[in-house]
Design a protein around this ligand. Structure first.
Ligand SMILES: [Zn+2]
Length: 346
């Protein structure tokens, strides 16, 4: 319990913390009390921004750097989540501010690894496929200080449209002309087979045909390569290994970056609904090709990343999609998502 002397010391400490930032803000060119931008002495007036901040986030991982890059956004209908009581799912969503039955905003994040001599892009976003809701990857790549022509390798976690169709622009030309494209062999076989196209519902055929067009210019240039799930896909970037994470799609893979005692796992589509699937990892989604296998993979992976306390990068976690995972009651109470802090990237 606090005695009176300690209580007064605490109050003074809080008071000094409260006054310090205000004094600092007045000394700089921050907003005035009225809210109007101030004019710096001898300078031009600051212009209030009317657009969002550039969609990149920088994170050092050991001796290398990973950037999250925003590509697209969409809506996730809770009706496509399965495997838990509907009331339970609705309650988790309502806790996150999403009224029952209402769609939740979802992001598509891509990740760039700057390994010094090589630049590796993990997934390419949706390209033109999502219309005005997507295709922001190239501009955010540039905002981070890189160019599409400077990418040496593109690693694809899987071949769903929101991960692979950013390979080409609206005219069908390669966006990454100097990159080799790498995807797991079972993934490429499944999505480019005539049997998969024939069996697809009508609404999904357009995506499959667009995928063929997105891969073709890389294949024609001799730049489309496959790897076995679990293998290290890049001979010249040995600090990257693939991780076999089947279920969402047959050859769905993550990519693990290890450097200087630190590690980051890009786990792609292990989680689609942050409020629901961390708390209830047994919940699957309609997009999973094999929902049972996707649940098994998630139940196997979450305790591993929680125990290791490594960085996690997720395609559909709220931007920047970087953070760590904590097990609640050893995993019996589900898991918590601990998003990265801005200061982690300074
Ligand atoms: Zn996805």
């Amino acid at each position: 319990m606090l005695d009176r002397r300690h209580f007064m010391q605490s109050l003074l400490a809080v008071a000094s913390l409260a006054t310090l930032p205000a004094a600092t803000a007045n000394a700089a060119t921050g907003p005035s009390v009225s809210g109007a931008p101030e004019t710096p002495a001898g300078g031009t007036p600051a212009t209030p921004r009317t657009t969002q901040a550039p969609g990149f986030f920088r994170l050092p991982v050991g001796g290398v750097t990973v950037f999250a890059l925003f590509d697209a956004h969409g809506k996730l209908d809770p009706a496509i989540l399965h495997g838990a009581d509907r009331k339970d799912i609705d309650a988790l969503l309502e806790d996150a501010g999403i009224p029952a039955g209402q769609p939740a905003t979802s992001n598509v994040n891509c990740f760039l690894l700057d390994a010094g001599t090589r630049r590796v892009l993990m997934d390419t976003g949706a390209g033109a496929f999502f219309g005005t809701r997507g295709g922001y990857l190239p501009e955010n790549l540039r905002a981070a200080g890189y160019t599409p022509g400077g990418i040496d390798h593109v690693l694809l976690s899987h071949l769903h449209p929101d991960h692979a169709l950013g390979l080409v622009d609206a005219a069908g030309a390669r966006v990454f002309p100097n990159a080799g494209v790498h995807v797991s062999a079972p993934e490429l076989d499944y999505w480019t087979s005539d049997a998969t196209l024939a069996a697809a519902p009508e609404g999904r055929k357009a995506g499959l045909l667009a995928l063929r067009k997105a891969l073709a210019p890389y294949r024609d240039a001799g730049r489309l390569h496959t790897f076995a799930p679990g293998a290290a896909p890049l001979a010249d970037v040995p600090l990257v290994t693939s991780v076999d994470l089947p279920g969402h799609t047959p050859g769905h893979c993550g990519f693990r970056v290890t450097s200087g005692g630190a590690a980051l796992l890009f786990w792609a589509d292990i989680i689609h609904s942050t409020p629901v699937q961390f708390a209830r990892p047994e919940v699957s989604i309609d997009f999973d090709v094999d929902q049972k296998a996707a649940v098994a993979t998630r139940l196997r992976l979450l305790p591993q990343v929680a125990a290791e306390d490594c960085w996690v990068a997720g395609s559909h976690l709220p931007f920047p999609g970087l953070g760590r995972v904590r097990a609640r009651n050893g995993g019996k109470g589900g898991y918590a998502w601990l998003p990265v802090n801005y200061a982690d990237g300074l």
